[in-house]
Design a binder for this molecule. Structure first.
Ligand code: MN3
Length: 208
């Protein structure tokens, strides 16, 4: 799988129906094959006539977005950010029914007091995003974790925070099943977190 132009649509790491009944099959199809594919296609379209950037990784493009020609800057920021955020989001979900490991729980307790307090704060953050965006559990450079929100398809790549877990709260992530009930979607989404994938991110974020 290329991590440079032409970018590819990474298949879901599970079946479209794998997250039922929490996240419905049709939502997964529309979200992955519709929205994410459009981000991939539009990112490639923006870069097509700029061979200078054809060997830049997605991360490099997003970190250095200000160095790109003005004509493609916004398209790369929005569509590249969309690809980056969605690949991450789909990766940390699954029908695994696994639970946070003891190490993960200890990290959560150190940063938030308890798992329940973490859940409450994360849910509040996800509910607070106005319009499209993301709530993210992130590793900070001091070995702790914090919850942040970002708008649209921004990323944390130009911060010192490293994403561990993220939820898409744009309506296309839940509207077909949950309509306007974002709180119910967030509750359901907690059932389909693949905590083992999250743990991979803890290692990448140097918390484990
Ligand atoms: Mn989305």
């Amino acid at each position: 799988m290329n991590n440079h132009y032409p970018f590819e649509l990474i298949p879901l790491p599970y079946d479209y129906q794998a997250l039922e009944p929490y996240i419905d099959t049709q939502t997964m199809m529309v979200h992955h094959d519709g929205h994410l594919k459009t981000y991939v296609d539009n990112l490639n379209k923006a870069l097509r006539d700029y061979p200078k950037y054809h060997f830049w990784s997605l991360e490099k493009l997003l970190i250095n977005v200000d160095r790109l020609p003005g004509k493609i800057r916004t398209a790369v920021k929005n569509n590249g950010g969309g690809v980056y955020n969605h690949d991450f989001y789909f990766y940390i979900m699954g029908n695994t029914n696994n639970e946070p490991s003891q190490k993960m729980l200890r990290l959560i307790e150190n940063s938030f007091g308890s798992y329940n307090q973490f859940f409450t704060k994360f849910k509040e953050a996800a509910l607070s995003v106005f319009g499209s965006g993301w709530a993210i559990l992130a590793a900070d450079p001091n070995g702790g974790m914090r919850i942040v929100t970002i708008a649209n398809q921004d990323t944390l790549l130009r911060t010192r925070l490293f994403p561990i877990l993220s939820i898409d709260v744009w309506e296309h992530a839940y509207y077909l099943k949950h309509q306007n009930r974002r709180a119910d979607y967030i509750d359901d989404w907690f059932h389909v977190i693949d905590w083992r994938a999250v743990e991979d991110n803890l290692i990448a974020g140097r918390l484990l």
